[in-house]
Design a protein around this ligand. Structure first.
Ligand code: PNS
Length: 181
């Protein structure tokens, strides 16, 4: 039996995984990979000008994402600015896929999802994060890497290398050894 859809409604074929990805983590990759198995096409959309504090430029973030998703034929990486619903409209995308790590993520994500639906009828589908990555976020990875902590296993190998390149030379005032007794 086929279900008739109201005019203008699309079945979910192409979805978007939006984010800052500064940098991409194994938690992001887990969601992207699972989305790629569920949907015909996944567009990973990288928010440009995320903030002046971004560690990696948009080009670098896109480049890393392209490299780590190269194994998925149905994943594309693009950049966007402005509203995600406008990106969806322009690219015939009917749903956003988001990972939910914990209840603390839910309140904000629920607000965004309801707003995006109100703005443009774009649905948001939530996936619970793999428990292995439930505590993982890009900002923590950067902080740990900045002070020489081990982020192996939390980000893809190529991101590890880029983090080392970018953060390897700590300015003197950030040398953690200076806090030693
Ligand atoms: O990786 P992040 O920073 O948590 O991703 C947040 C992102 C990019 C998904 C979100 O901030 C977003 O969609 N920004 C685009 C601007 C927009 O559409 N804002 C209104 C949301 S209701």
């Amino acid at each position: 039996m086929t279900v008739d859809l109201p005019e203008g409604w699309n079945r979910v074929r192409r979805v978007v995984c939006p984010g800052s990805f500064d940098p991409v983590t194994n938690g992001h990759l887990d969601i992207i990979g699972r989305a790629a198995r569920l949907c015909d096409e996944v567009v990973v959309a990288v928010l440009t000008n995320v903030s002046k504090q971004a560690l990696f430029t948009t080009d670098e973030r896109v480049e890393m994402l392209r490299e780590v998703t190269a194994g998925y034929e149905n994943v594309r990486v693009a950049r966007f600015h402005g509203l995600i619903v406008d990106f969806c409209r322009a690219n015939d995308i009917s749903a956003i896929i988001k990972g939910l790590r914990a209840v603390s993520d839910f309140e904000y994500e629920q607000m965004m999802s309801q707003m995006n639906y109100r703005l443009a009828g774009v649905e948001t589908l939530f996936m619970t994060t793999n428990p292995l990555y439930a505590y993982l976020r890009s900002s923590l990875v950067k902080e740990i890497a900045r002070y020489g902590g081990d982020v192996g296993g939390l980000v893809p190998e190529i991101v590890l290398v880029r983090l080392r390149d970018r953060l390897g030379q700590l300015p003197e005032h950030e040398d953690p050894a200076r806090g030693a007794l």
